[in-house]
Design a protein around this ligand. Structure first.
Ligand code: CDP
Ligand code: CDP
Length: 217
């Protein structure tokens, strides 16, 4: 696929967006941006500033001052940072502060894949391929639980399930760029799919679109 090409991957927590996005980036030579990391970095800074509570002014200040090195900070994958990210992400000022960076990333000449909640709806409404990745709550919680344990954290299935459900409910219900499939997104349910099978389905969509473009269609 020559030239600009944008792949948008959205969906609920731990559906497999990042894993699929990384594999597609490697396969097609696209740059990859995990946009959730931006919100996690904001949430982490706001949590520290608020002494464990999320105050809108702290979150907005953190989003406006965000720097590349903040995305390397430790603890970004902690569940409490995920909840803080979700609270901060509901603020329109926070989302506005992160918009230009994401759009500029998507405009890279060699192509880009972005994963998040509002890529196909708000950040890149003209994306070449849009996928809404889902899986059952239980399967997502099981996968995230295994991931956290592999990272050395203590996590119970019930805690993780509750954490994902709370975040998904907040992300879907907010007024500012709620999590929802774009009208032209393809649904990819990974409940019963291996990573390889999910990547193969996504890659097939990209190849079809590239072939259509090469043929002038
Ligand atoms: O980015 P997102 O939160 O949507 O999910 P992820 O971090 O890519 O995936 C969560 C976990 O599920 C990871 O440990 C993946 O390896 C695993 N996974 C899986 O087991 N089967 C899939 N089809 C996709 C992801
Ligand atoms: O990896 P996981 O799917 O658990 O979460 P994430 O993608 O790292 O996102 C963390 C939080 O950031 C989400 O629960 C959303 O509240 C927020 N987010 C968002 O609002 N918009 C995005 N494009 C990406 C993340």
């Amino acid at each position: 696929c020559a030239g600009r090409f944008v792949v948008a991957l959205d969906g609920p927590a731990a559906a497999g967006k990042g894993t699929i996005a990384r594999a597609l980036a490697a396969r097609f030579g696209f740059a990859h941006l995990d946009t959730g990391l931006l919100y996690r970095a904001v949430g982490r800074k706001a949590l520290a500033a608020g002494g464990g509570a999320i105050r809108p002014e702290d979150a907005i200040r953190a989003a406006r001052a965000l720097r590349a090195e903040d995305l390397q900070a430790p603890g970004l994958r902690d569940p409490q940072v995920g909840q803080a990210a979700s609270q901060a992400a509901a603020l329109p000022e926070v989302r506005a502060a992160l918009l230009d960076f994401q759009r500029a990333f998507a405009a890279r000449p060699g192509g880009a894949v972005l994963d998040g909640r509002d890529i196909g709806t708000v950040i890149c409404p003209d994306a070449d391929v849009k996928l809404f990745v889902t899986a059952s709550d239980e399967v997502r919680a099981r996968r995230r639980c295994a991931e956290l344990r592999a990272g050395g954290a203590e996590a119970t299935f019930e805690q993780v399930l509750e954490d994902l459900r709370r975040r998904d409910a907040r992300d879907a219900a907010r007024e500012a760029a709620p999590m929802k499939p774009a009208p032209d997104a393809v649904l990819l349910d990974t409940t019963k799919l291996s990573i390889d099978a999910a990547v193969a389905q996504a890659a097939a969509l990209i190849e079809r679109k590239c072939a259509g473009r090469a043929g002038g269609g």
